[in-house]
Ligand binder design. Structure first.
Ligand code: RTP
Length: 151
């Protein structure tokens, strides 16, 4: 059990364009996660190909890269107990059709190719993704709420 587990969460260009940034950040704050890093980035196709290297060769890969480079994304690091797994539950399934109401994709998305948000699928990928999107590192600060969230 680690209360300092970190996950990489990214609001995709459609989530930014649709004005969902505030609502998504609010869900992570309200759940009890600590915001570690956040920035608005216009990514390049080259950078996105690194992020999605595991999917190279899939038929949807070229369209995915174009979609992800079509506007700025919000890159974030959130920290807390089981941040990776809980983050994935909060997102819902890859296909919004299979995402429960109450999850981010279940509440705000319809199509797999416009599913508004990304979340790391393991602690190992979170570490890689955080290093890829925040090569400058993150800021350390104390949160007064921690003792009210973790025993
Ligand atoms: P993500 O990495 O974005 O959190 O998504 P994921 O793990 O839930 O799903 P993954 O299989 O890694 O797919 C990455 C993203 O590719 C797009 N996709 N399109 N058109 C399609 O059939 C299709 N399948 C996947 C989605 O944007 C998905 O989130």
């Amino acid at each position: 059990m680690s209360t300092t587990e970190r996950t990489y969460i990214m609001i995709k260009p459609d989530g930014v364009q649709r004005g969902l940034v505030g609502k998504i950040i609010q869900r992570f704050e309200e759940r009890g996660f600590k915001l570690i890093a956040l920035k608005l980035v216009q990514s390049t196709e080259e950078h996105l190909e690194k992020h999605y290297a595991d999917l190279k060769g899939k038929p949807f890969f070229p369209g995915l890269i174009k979609y992800m480079a079509s506007g700025p994304v919000v890159a974030m690091v959130w920290q807390g107990l089981d941040a990776v797994k809980t983050g994935r539950v909060m997102l819902g399934a890859t296909n919004p059709l299979a995402s429960p109401i109450g999850s981010i994709r279940g509440d705000y998305a319809l199509a797999v190719g416009r599913n508004i948000i990304h979340g790391s699928d393991s602690v190992e990928s979170a570490e890689k993704e955080i290093a890829l999107w925040f090569p400058e590192g993150t800021v350390q600060y104390a949160s007064a709420l921690e003792s009210w969230i973790f025993e």
